[in-house]
Design a protein around this ligand. Structure first.
Ligand SMILES: NC(=O)c1ccc[n+]([C@@H]2O[C@H](COP(=O)([O-])OP(=O)(O)OC[C@H]3O[C@@H](n4cnc5c(N)ncnc54)[C@H](OP(=O)(O)O)[C@@H]3O)[C@@H](O)[C@H]2O)c1
Length: 299
């Protein structure tokens, strides 16, 4: 960590990470990996839920080289596939895994005309439908644990810009950016639905966004090399570093339930703070949940 971030961390992160069991989806890259590295260095145990076990084991070996006493577990999870989600939840139940934090971070960005195993648009199906399906199943298990659990969802500034349609969740004809933004807007809606439903439970729900930082999601999202190079320089210089982008979840853990992310430069840059969600971004959130349940019930 840079000195500046270290100072910020010590001042703002009051959540004690020592011996906390943190389940992170998408821990194999970008923000999820950076978050895991920081959490491990502060004494947390990390459970990585990732789709490629070979990649996961290599990452685990690298992390153990930094500190052989790090406690890292790896589970297979493809969040775009309901069967994989069900197998994953079954495995953690069989292992009686203790979980203090469930950080829903996995996501994809600009991918066109690809479908999930169950036939949904891959971006919407991964970012929103998979997250919804996984979270809804895992909640029963989290509620059975005899202590407080933090459940964190990941949205994006695009989720504040684009809106889920009122009549149907997915629209084949929309642009890749719109599909991504709508998937992140749907997560905002899901956050409000969970707030309504989990207020009297042991689960505290939060929503985070990392601002903008150059990761594989951006690298993979654009075709032209010159554009990627330019984006990398621009984002590293003017927007967030990976380190700062990965702090929002720590901020959420240290504070009351809310939406946490950077607030500078149209919410793309800076250290995380509590953010306001404008009412029009979450209007019809119950409708979105009804549409999701209809879709999942095969209607
Ligand atoms: N970077 C930004 O500027 C930015 C801005 C706003 C929001 N976000 C959000 O932040 C989160 C993390 O993104 P990132 O920037 O760190 O991107 P990243 O480096 O591409 O990381 C994405 C992670 O999600 C995993 N993933 C993707 N599809 C999956 C699937 N079907 N099943 C399981 N895991 C899957 C990836 O696994 P593999 O390693 O196997 O590919 C990877 O570990 C995403 O939700 C993204 O939407 C990022």
């Amino acid at each position: 960590m840079t000195n500046k971030t270290n100072k910020w961390f010590n001042k703002n992160i009051t959540y004690s990470l020592k011996n906390k069991n943190i389940l992170v989806t998408g821990a194999s890259s970008g923000i999820g990996l950076e978050f895991s590295k920081i959490a491990l260095s502060k004494g947390a145990n990390i459970i990585m839920a990732i789709r490629n076990l070979d990649k996961g084991n290599k990452i685990k070996d690298e992390l153990l080289k930094i500190n052989p006493s790090y406690n890292i577990k790896i589970y297979k999870l493809d969040i775009s596939d309901f069967n994989s989600i069900e197998e994953f939840v079954q495995s953690i139940q069989n292992d009686h895994l203790d979980i203090d934090v469930f950080y829903n971070n996995a996501g994809i960005f600009r991918i066109k005309n690809k479908l999930t195993k169950q036939g949904y648009d891959l971006v919407f199906g991964t970012n929103y439908i998979g997250t919804y399906y996984l979270t809804n199943i895992i909640i029963n298990y989290l509620q059975s644990l005899n202590h407080k659990v933090d459940l964190v969802l990941t949205s994006s500034v695009t989720g504040l810009v684009f809106r889920v349609r009122k009549d149907k969740l997915m629209d084949d004809k929309c642009s890749m950016m719109k599909m991504y933004g709508r998937s992140k807007n749907a997560l905002l809606h899901y956050y409000f639905y969970l707030l309504d439903n989990l207020s009297n439970s042991n689960i505290k729900v939060s929503l985070v966004h990392p601002g903008a930082c150059y990761t594989y999601i951006i690298e993979n999202g654009y075709k032209y090399k010159w554009f990627k190079k330019l984006a990398k320089i621009f984002m590293n210089v003017f927007l967030n570093s990976l380190e700062v982008g990965s702090l929002s979840c720590f901020m959420a853990l240290s504070n009351e339930s809310g939406f946490y992310g950077p607030s500078r430069f149209i919410k793309l840059k800076g250290y995380p703070r509590k953010m306001k969600i404008i009412n029009r971004c979450i209007r019809n959130y119950k409708n979105t949940i009804n549409l999701t349940n209809e879709l999942l019930n095969g209607k």
